[in-house]
Design a protein around this ligand. Structure first.
Ligand code: FE2
Ligand code: FE2
Length: 189
């Protein structure tokens, strides 16, 4: 399936707002790939599809993962929102014909990141946070600049903001976000 077909299909599955966000992440992923020497086409595809499973209710997300035999942790049960990433990777493979493992894993880890990400995983993680349609978040101008100049610093900055936001809200922190944060803080020394 080429990206035009993917877009047509995706548009039917997402709300207008989520679709526009996806286009934003698609283009920003492509730009970051140019800066960091990653495969631009793969980055565009991963960015476009990263939220393809987003517009389902929490119960639907849990039900589909269970049916498909995808593991659901306790934190994910309480925050089914988190499941859209691994469910998205599954749908990218089965419904959008993506076979490239790097694209699939960039989709799977776009929400939490993970320690020692490859360049495509970093790109989609960052693009999701900085794309221009997002409503402005704390320190976004600085984070956007870091995205294009020092992506590891940018990752730490994003996770620091996300984790401190989660502390003040009822949403639970996924263990993986904490692990990612600690890994990149250490890596930067
Ligand atoms: Fe997402
Ligand atoms: Fe997203």
């Amino acid at each position: 399936m080429d990206r035009t077909e993917m877009r047509e299909k995706l548009e039917k599955k997402l709300t207008q707002k989520r679709y526009e966000h996806s286009l934003g992440v698609e283009y920003v992923s492509g730009c970051l790939a140019m800066v960091y020497g990653a495969d631009v086409e793969k980055a565009l595809t991963a960015g476009l599809l990263h939220d393809c499973a987003k517009c389902l209710t929490g119960d639907e997300k849990i039900a589909r993962c269970t049916k498909l035999g995808l593991p659901v942790s306790d934190v994910e049960k309480k925050n089914p929102e988190l499941l859209h990433a691994k469910l998205g990777a599954y749908y990218a493979r089965t419904k959008y014909g993506v076979t490239d493992e790097n694209i699939l894993s960039a989709i799977e880890f776009h929400t939490t990141g993970k320690p020692d990400m490859n360049v495509l995983e970093k790109i989609v993680f960052v693009a999701d946070y900085i794309e221009p349609n997002r409503r402005p978040l704390n320190e976004i101008a600085e984070i956007r600049k870091e995205a294009f100049t020092d992506i590891d610093t940018c990752i730490v900055h994003i996770l620091k903001n996300t984790l401190s936001y989660l502390e003040t809200s009822t949403a639970q922190t996924d263990e993986m976000s904490v692990k990612t944060y600690e890994y990149y803080v250490k890596k930067r020394g």
